[in-house]
Design a protein around this ligand. Sequence first.
Ligand SMILES: C[S@@+](CC[C@H](N)C(=O)[O-])C[C@H]1O[C@@H](n2cnc3c(N)ncnc32)[C@H](O)[C@@H]1O
Length: 348
Amino acid sequence: MHIPVLLKETIEALAVQPGGRYIDCTLGGGGHAAAILEHSSPGGQLLGIDADPKAIQIARARLETYSDSILLVNENFANLQAVCIKYGFYPVHGILFDLGLSSLQLNGDGRGFSFQQDAPLDMRLSPGQETTAADILNTYPEAELAHIIGNYGEEKFSHQIAHLIVQQRPVKTTFHLAHIIEEAVRGRRGRIHPATRTFQALRIAVNRELENIEAALRQAVSLLGIEGRLVVISYHSLEDRIVKQFMQREAKDCICPPGTPTCICQHKASLRLITKKVITPSLAEVQRNPRSHSAKLRAAERTINQDEQYKLADNPNFCLRVEARAWRRPALAKKLRRTFLALQTYTF
Ligand SMILES: C[S@@+](CC[C@H](N)C(=O)[O-])C[C@H]1O[C@@H](n2cnc3c(N)ncnc32)[C@H](O)[C@@H]1O
């Protein structure tokens, strides 16, 4: 059973409300999804996405009581916008990313994510993906392997590990790989098992995890209604850096390099940071669920700038969209409608 991490904090950060419409981009075992559905009832709707077909199957069974309010899609969240357009599921009140893998995947489901059980080195989230971890280990040049292990695993001994892997090819199972790594870092054991970082690096490379997060975050912002919430839980520094930098950049009206005399970027803020400081689990949660120890939650709220108001005003359905989007603050809806009328007089 996967225990959802930072559950209360996630529901608060998403500001889940009855009748709201939410997207869980990392459905997993459906733990967060169940809580979102509970807090958004009556009338709440949830689009759940997961790249792993097994996760969809498990979550569908768990969320059976909400079957009228859910739409579950087996897709990579890198295609988030296409999924939402296909099903007309936008704008939404909140979008959640709970990155990484679920306990069900990590605890050895035969795909080689963990070095605790012997299994073939697959590591693909979806069987539709082409490249497995074994493909990478057994075909990539030594320098590229070292680069992956060093960059995605932040492993100090990446060159020694890559060298020994190449010498011992073909590497086919998790136990074989873990043994090679132990040999490569012999006598230099740290707090964590020496294979941890290399396994993380391979998983990131196989599933293009970092590229997918970047792509999905950009799409997520465009799917949020005004004051819609974006909430991301990450589990290692590479993910968290991407999330933090993305949110900080999108919360700024200018992203010109420091020292630029006048703004040339014309960037406009589309987010407002909700969590100025990152949210981490309490000691009690870490004791209850050790997997949560590295979790970091960041949240932001969708804002709308004047340029976007002009763009929206070009849309004949703007009034309707304003009504649909400004759900939380009737006063804001009224103000936007007034702006629209003013623009209409001025523009047309
Ligand atoms: C930490 S688990 C989510 C657990 C879930 N929040 C719960 O409470 O049960 C992460 C899930 O995201 C999925 N995932 C990871 N990367 C993905 C991607 N690029 N696209 C879609 N799903 C992805 C994994 O298959 C996994 O099931």
